[in-house]
Ligand binder design. Sequence first.
Ligand code: GUN
Length: 294
Amino acid sequence: MSANIISGKEISAKIRERIKYEIDEIMSANSDNPNFIRPGLAVILVGEDPGSAIYVRNKKRICEEVGIRSFGYVLDATTSEADLLDLIDQLNHDDRVHGILCQMPLPKHLDEFAVISAISPVKDVDGFHPINKGLLSMGKECLVPCTPLGCVEMLKLSGIDISGKHCVIIGRSNIVGKPLSALMLNENATVTITHSKTKNLKEICRQADILVAAIGKSGFVTGEFVKEGAVVIDVGINRDPDNKVRGDVLFEEVVEIAGSITPVPGGVGLMTTTLLMQNTLQAYHNIISKEADL
Ligand code: GUN
């Protein structure tokens, strides 16, 4: 029997509707104050990677949809680290900006860790700052990376129980694999992280109740990796030579074995941008409530 398709399109649209409703409420409750600041997100893009440029355009469009003010900064590929850190410092102190995102990957001459660490942890809507990473690994409240959060929200909103399940993650990136392992642990899953040096990869993957593919290789996960009835989450966004967007999972094959599966496109990717809006709203509330305490 063919798997249930988990639609990122439908789930993310519902989340965005809720965010828009909440922002509309905030704005109408403060409509008599002309100085009232709407939630705002700053997005920095360094260089001209075509994929990144598309993501940045999408973020701007979705900000408009939910009522978040967006500030876009497109910097030359040769921008110095000092100039980038200066911009981040300005944004850290800008009251109109509640979230700051610097699109990765950065050009090689820039130190990603230095850039991530320069963003104020309270405005770190990517959840990449070492403080947020540390809090996540300790199971404490923090800003959580959008893609892993999107995976967990998709499972929860599809009514899939995580507690006690064996979750196998393929990929150990700082953006997806590692933070997702912490999130799934916090949800009481039993977690295995696998990677390019893992031995018996297929056998381990076949033990998964929930299998997450975050490798960046088109069609890598074939039917042989999947236990009958397992939940398969495909984080991959790859462009094939024919320019088609494809996931890390060989969908046509795995859909016949899995119990539930996320498609590409129309799956996790849409959740990522939506959860960025949710994180921006969370950062806004955190900042506003701190100001109220002063
Ligand atoms: N590049 C790929 N995914 C992401 C993400 O979630 N955030 C940022 N900043 N860059 C990315």
